[in-house]
Design a protein around this ligand. Structure first.
Ligand code: ZN
Length: 287
């Protein structure tokens, strides 16, 4: 089986994207795995600090490892580690990938601490990938926003800084800000394809990651995958599908108390969203 770095290199070369799906429960993970199995797609499975704390950090690692033992091409990402300590904790626990998100800090501090994380992670596991983040997304939480979200001009990633950041930190992946937000807002975000192209040209061989994929139209998702963003995050859409199906199941069957019965539709709804994105990103039949 290919390791994560080989997988991203292949995606970049062939013009498709490795999908990144977040999970917070076994039922969600089962839904994701159902679709990956059916469509033979590789994936990065993500747990944020909140998600891994809820599930238990060691349980999170064991769950994803159990899927890989079964033959699925899945890797575990510590999504949005907001401190050096948090990143080191995930690396020690056996995560395959660490996302150092220090994008709220000043450039110099972000660079210095991301480099510290990258050096540490590679010592723990030379095959593990490290992602850095530069520029900032206007929202933190993957949820539905009733209001419109305006992205300040200054928050977009600058290609010159991105080159310096990647060179100085030694990261494998960069999450730039090109117009998406976390969650789904009242307004549809406009992706800056001109900036995407500039970044792709400036950073040969580096995996470019799109966070906040949920609010973007299908057409734009397909286009950005082909434009060399070889890793794309989907989280809010999974949460919305899971929660909606669960709500309906509980409402329609008020006497049902068996979790595996009322969770089944939520698992199926999750699988559907995953299948849709696997086809959109071109990752089907790549595992
Ligand atoms: Zn994100």
């Amino acid at each position: 089986m290919k390791n994560l770095r080989e997988l991203h290199a292949q995606a970049l070369q062939e013009g498709w994207a490795v999908p990144h799906f977040n999970f917070t429960s076994l039922a969600q993970l089962q839904g994701i795995a159902d679709a990956l199995r059916e469509f033979r797609s590789p994936a990065l499975l993500g747990a944020s600090e909140g998600e891994r704390t809820f599930m238990g950090i060691h349980q999170t690692v064991a769950l994803v490892r159990s899927l890989r033992d079964e033959g699925l091409a899945v890797f575990l990402n510590a999504d949005h580690c907001r401190s050096v300590e948090s990143a080191k904790e995930a690396a020690d626990a056996g995560f395959d990938s660490i996302h150092a998100d220090l994008s709220k800090k000043e450039f110099a501090e972000n660079t210095k601490e991301t480099r510290e994380i990258a050096e540490y992670v590679k010592k723990v596991n030379p095959e593990a990938e490290v992602e850095g983040e530069l520029g900032y997304l206007a929202t933190d939480s993957s949820r539905i926003y009733a209001e419109e979200v305006v992205i300040p001009e200054d928050s977009y990633t600058k290609p010159q800084e991105a080159m310096e950041f990647v060179r100085e930190t030694g990261v494998d992946r960069l999450a730039p800000a090109i117009g998406t937000i976390h969650g789904i807002a009242a307004n549809t975000p406009k992706l800056r394809f001109d900036l995407a192209q500039e970044l792709r040209a400036a950073l040969p061989g580096i995996t470019l990651v799109l966070h906040g994929g949920s609010g973007v139209t299908d057409e734009e998702k397909e286009r950005i995958a082909k434009a060399g963003f070889n890793n794309i995050h989907v989280s809010t859409e999974l949460r919305v599908a899971f929660t909606g199906a669960l709500r309906a199941a509980l409402r329609d069957n008020p006497d049902e108390v068996i979790p595996y019965k009322y969770l089944a539709p939520a698992r199926e709804a999750t699988a559907k969203v995953v299948a849709h994105h696997v086809k959109l990103f071109g990752s089907a039949n790549r595992a």
